[in-house]
Structure formats: structure tokens, C-alpha cells
Design a protein around this ligand. Structure first.
Ligand SMILES: [Zn+2]
Length: 411
């Protein structure tokens, strides 16, 4: 049983942890801030901010630097920033036709990044894990030799279980129930926790924190490569569903007279707006891949009618599907990623007209549709954000672990 004093102590400890989290989150998302700005943004008192910053600085998570005088009266407030060089995560991505690795510092500073193309089609888990581990070694080789990432995040074009890093189904790779987190953990041998998530969910997180959806709390991100994926942010939080499988908007039934889908159903949205649909309309084989896609875009840019017509029809189905999603979700911003961002210059007006015609007036008036600003790297940036999340949620626990490690090292 807790005594009154224990209860008060426990409450104040909970408050301290929440306040540390609020400060670190602000610095991570917004970049360096003065003490006065932190007071304004967190609602904490000046003295509370001073004490908490002191604690974070003692744990080598932040540093305070003298402010540059801005010409306004009064004493300049020191600027606080996260130590992006000392606190890093490893971000990995398994996309349809490439693998990517980045080392990202606190605050989202990308220290190193490398993407390599690989042929499409089914690959064994062993081959992909070995290639990705090799790429990670190359990228880490450009960093200080004693640098160890605090955590690892992986984006993969697959349906991923929320817990345990289990890939349930990756149609492009031909994987079913693969313990990807475990396998990569063994291959990387770094002994730090690994989080795995769907690439579109992570693209949404990245655009929300650092890209085209900054400042919007309700966001729909949709990303097309071979398949079509979606990530949804509601009131600033990802919408995952019960098992983490939510947001699979590519398999929203939209055309009962349409083509068979890879998922086993007929006329899913991705059979009308995915890469194969566009290629088929432009007269290329469905599986023509990147070269055929480049040809369609180049033809459209040169004004060739067949390519323009193929893009316009794709744009129609894109607008129709988005209208339904806007009615359901009432997002502030829709961010188009991957192939959708590439074709946006050709289909943007058609998508807008589709929303005017098919969506309800009230949610339609509140939404804007924009291309991704992070481009092909959105899921990779999101993988880094995923890996930072436990540190942002509870920096006190991180400080305690770091303190114990430093204590061990100096003992
Ligand atoms: Zn489907």
C-alpha cells in the first residue's frame, strides 16, 4: 500500500516524465528553440523549463547555446537544441524496387543516406536481409566507429503486425508471415530494439512531421508503386486499427466490373489507379515496370494524346476514390506519394474536379490535395521517426539507461 507521501512522489514523477517528453518532442519536431519559446509552447513555468533543460543537458540529450541578440529589448534567451550527433537511429526501407538505409540524428537530421536499386519480383528473405545488412554496414562505415544507434526502424511494402516485427503479407516480395524484425536484428548484430511498420503508414508519419502535411492534424497519405497504400493520421495520431493493419485503402472496392486484384478480390482501387492500370491504359504491359512508366510520363510531357488520355483516366479514378475517403475521414490535407506525386502535374486538376463532383461539400471545402515533399524517401524518413518514438515518449527512461551505461563504463 502506498503512503500519502509515496503517492505524491509518484504523481510528481509522472508529471516530470510528461514534461520532459513535451520538451524533447517540441525540439525534435520544430528544431532548436529558445527557453522563452519552450515556455510558450509547453505552458510550463520558466523555472520548471530551466530545471528540466538542466536534467536533459546533464544526460547529453540537449545542449544550450547563447542566443544571438535579435535587437529586441530584454535579455536574450539561450537556445536549446537536441544533440543530433550523439543520439542517432538507423532507418531502413524495403521498397518494391529499391533498398535504402539512413542514419538520422535527433531532430530529424539526416547524417547519411543511401538507396540502391534492385530488381523487382519475389526475393528470399535471406537475400533481402543480407543485402540490407550489407548496405547498413557501408553507411555506418562513413560514421564515427563508436557510434551505436539507439534504435532501428524499418519501412516495408507489406502488411505488418503492430507487435513483434512480423510481416504478415508482402505481395511484391512473395512473403507470408516472416519475422523480419528478428531476422534483421540477427544480421545487423547491433543488439538494439527494432520496430517494423508498413511503408505508407510511415510515409504518413513523415509527411505529417516533416513534409507536406506539417501543421495539419488530420491527414490522409496515399502512396502508389505497384500496389496502392495509405496512412491515416487522426487528430495527430496514426490510425492503426486493432492489429495495425488499418489504412489499406488500395483494396477499397471501387469497380465491380474491373480487373482481378492481387488480393483475390475484384476491382479494388489499386486495379484502377496503380502502376499496372496506368501502363495498360497507355498500351504497355501491366508489368512494364519503371522503364515503361518513365516512357508514359515522357510521352505525356511531350503532349502525346495516348499517354495524356491514360493519365486522365487514372486521374478520374484517383479523384473518385479520394472523394469517398474525404467523406469518411474529413482530412485537412491529402498527400500524394510515390507514383501519385509523379503524375500530380498531369492529373491534379482532374482530381480536384473529381472531389468537387463526388465529395460532400462541407468536407470538400476543408481539404487540400498536395504532392509529397519528401518524395521517394518519405517512408525512410518515417522509419527514423518510428525509431525515435520511444525516446520522445519517455526521455526520462532513456536518460536513466544512459546514466547506468555511463556509470558501468566509468566504474
Ligand atoms: Zn485488392
Amino acid at each position: 500500500m502506498l503512503t500519502g507521501r509515496d503517492e505524491v512522489g509518484q504523481r510528481s514523477e509522472t508529471v516530470r516524465r510528461a514534461n520532459l517528453s513535451a520538451i524533447v518532442r517540441e525540439l525534435h519536431v520544430r528544431g532548436p528553440l529558445s527557453r522563452s519559446e519552450l515556455v510558450a509552447r509547453t505552458g510550463l513555468t520558466r523555472s520548471a523549463i530551466r530545471a528540466l533543460i538542466g536534467e536533459l543537458a546533464a544526460g547529453d540529450l540537449v545542449v544550450e547555446e547563447p542566443a544571438v541578440r535579435s535587437g529586441t529589448p530584454g535579455r536574450p534567451s539561450p537556445v536549446v537544441r537536441l544533440l543530433a550527433e550523439d543520439v542517432v537511429v538507423l532507418a531502413l526501407e524495403i521498397a518494391v524496387d529499391s533498398l535504402a538505409v539512413a542514419i538520422v540524428g535527433a531532430g530529424g537530421v539526416v547524417h547519411e543516406r543511401r538507396r540502391v536499386d534492385r530488381p523487382r519480383g519475389h526475393s528470399t528473405v535471406e537475400a533481402v536481409v543480407a543485402d540490407l545488412a550489407e548496405l547498413a554496414r557501408t553507411v555506418r562505415g562513413r560514421r564515427p566507429p563508436d557510434e551505436v544507434p539507439v534504435r532501428i526502424g524499418i519501412a516495408v511494402a507489406a502488411i505488418v503486425s503492430r507487435t513483434g516485427g512480423l510481416v504478415r503479407f508482402a505481395p511484391n516480395l512473395g512473403w507470408v508471415d516472416v519475422p523480419l524484425g528478428e531476422r534483421l536484428g540477427e544480421a545487423l548484430g547491433l543488439g538494439v530494439p527494432i520496430d517494423v511498420a508498413n511503408e505508407s503508414d510511415l510515409g504518413a508519419l513523415a509527411e505529417f512531421r516533416r513534409g507536406a502535411a506539417r501543421g495539419a492534424d488530420d491527414v490522409l497519405y496515399t502512396h502508389a508503386e505497384v500496389g496502392v497504400g495509405g496512412g491515416i493520421i487522426v487528430d495527430g495520431r496514426p490510425l492503426d486499427g486493432v492489429g495495425g493493419y488499418g489504412g489499406e485503402i488500395g483494396h477499397m472496392p471501387i469497380n465491380p466490373a474491373g480487373r482481378a486484384c492481387r488480393c483475390g478480390s475484384i476491382g479494388c482501387w489499386e486495379t484502377e489507379v496503380g502502376e499496372g492500370a496506368l501502363l495498360a491504359r497507355a498500351g504497355y504491359p501491366l508489368d512494364g515496370g519503371r522503364a515503361a512508366l518513365d516512357a508514359v510520363i515522357a510521352d505525356a510531357a511531350a503532349g502525346r494524346p495516348a499517354a495524356i488520355a491514360a493519365l486522365e483516366e487514372t486521374g478520374f479514378w484517383l479523384g473518385l476514390g479520394l472523394a469517398g475517403l474525404v467523406n469518411i475521414l474529413n482530412p485537412r490535407r491529402v498527400v500524394l506519394g510515390g507514383l501519385f506525386a509523379r503524375i500530380h502535374p498531369f492529373v491534379g486538376d482532374i482530381v480536384e474536379r473529381g472531389l468537387d463532383r463526388f465529395a460532400l461539400v462541407a468536407p470538400r471545402q476543408l481539404v487540400s490535395v498536395v504532392p509529397s515533399t519528401l518524395g521517394v524517401d518519405a517512408p525512410l524518413v518515417g522509419a527514423a521517426e518510428l525509431a525515435f518514438e520511444p525516446l520522445l515518449a519517455d526521455p526520462a527512461a532513456w536518460l536513466a539507461r544512459r546514466g547506468a551505461l555511463v556509470g558501468l563504463a566509468s566504474a
